[in-house]
Design a protein around this ligand. Structure first.
Ligand code: SAM
Length: 264
């Protein structure tokens, strides 16, 4: 999968490409990340990418021409094909694991990183195929959001994660069934490692039992419990088994917390 990142700060990405899954995916050939300096797509001597906003007011706005030129130059590499072009913007649709799973499908993505007051609105209207926000807060540029999106998409690509990491059982994942029988979209269960006792804090007995069926059951119940306590909204579309329902009912009786909406 190829990511084309259009930015005025290509160097911003250098360090994140030297660590973790992005580095591994590039070395393994699963991902290629190309950084394009927006200033290379300007025609004037000063390489101007921004201008004052029409109507007055503070700040500067990315001019449409360099962004348009960057995208058409990239599209010219694959004649006749429109590329998926994502404009990073706090006003876009919210990035979630489901969106990451959607973005891993195309073999190429263009990511446009804004700065200042943002990008001339005609880019959102006529050039971008999608606008994505990483949350309801404002950053100074689209570089961190672009890095975040690439990292979460790349770790889903087949062969990128090793055995020591596992995407299917991670929180929110719906791609395939995780190790404790949840194609879940829920929060992950708690994890523990050695020592079995630390500062008097003990690891749950069942995890030391070697009884794989019981461990699987415990993990499923804890994932359900965590989700129910912290993100009950995620349970709304989850196909609860009879056993799951009994477990949640028992928690509810114990804690007298609000009733969970049961799916049909
Ligand atoms: N004036 C814009 C607004 O209030 O909607 C904010 C512009 S922001 C300071 C500059 C750039 O940072 C944006 O063009 C976008 O590329 C990026 N950015 C900031 N917050 C973001 C977010 N939550 N998600 C994605 N991109 C964001």
């Amino acid at each position: 999968m190829t990511f084309d990142v259009v930015t005025i700060f290509p160097d911003f990405f250098r360090s994140i490409l030297e660590y973790g899954v992005l580095k591994r995916a590039m070395a393994g050939g699963q991902a290629s990340i190309r950084l394009h300096d927006l200033r290379h797509f300007t025609d004037d001597r000063h390489r101007t990418v921004d201008d004052r906003p029409f109507g007055g007011g503070p700040g500067m706005v990315f001019k449409p021409e360099p962004v348009f030129k960057a995208v058409t130059t990239l599209e010219a590499e694959t004649p006749g094909r429109r590329l998926p072009v994502i404009l990073l913007s706090p006003q876009g649709r919210l990035f979630t694991q489901a969106v990451a799973e959607e973005l891993m499908r195309p073999d190429r993505l263009v990511l446009i990183c804004g700065r200042y007051e943002g990008v001339d609105e005609r880019i959102a209207e006529h050039v971008a195929s999608d606008e994505i926000s990483i949350g309801d807060f404002v950053l100074s540029g689209g570089e961190l959001p672009a890095a975040l999106i690439m990292e979460s998409v790349v770790r889903l690509l087949p062969g990128v994660l090793g055995n020591e990491e596992s995407a299917p059982q991670d929180s929110f994942t719906t791609l395939e069934e995780g190790s404790y029988g949840l194609r879940h979209g829920l929060l992950d269960c708690p994890h523990y490692t050695r020592p079995a006792e630390f500062q008097g804090w003990k690891v749950p007995e069942v995890l030391l039992s070697g009884n794989h069926q019981e461990i699987r059951r415990w993990r499923r119940q804890r994932a359900l419990e965590k989700t129910w306590r912290r993100r009950p909204d995620l349970l709304a579309d989850f196909p609860l088994s009879e056993e799951d329902r009994r477990w949640l009912d028992s928690l509810q009786r114990e804690t007298r917390e609000p009733v969970v909406q049961k799916s049909e």
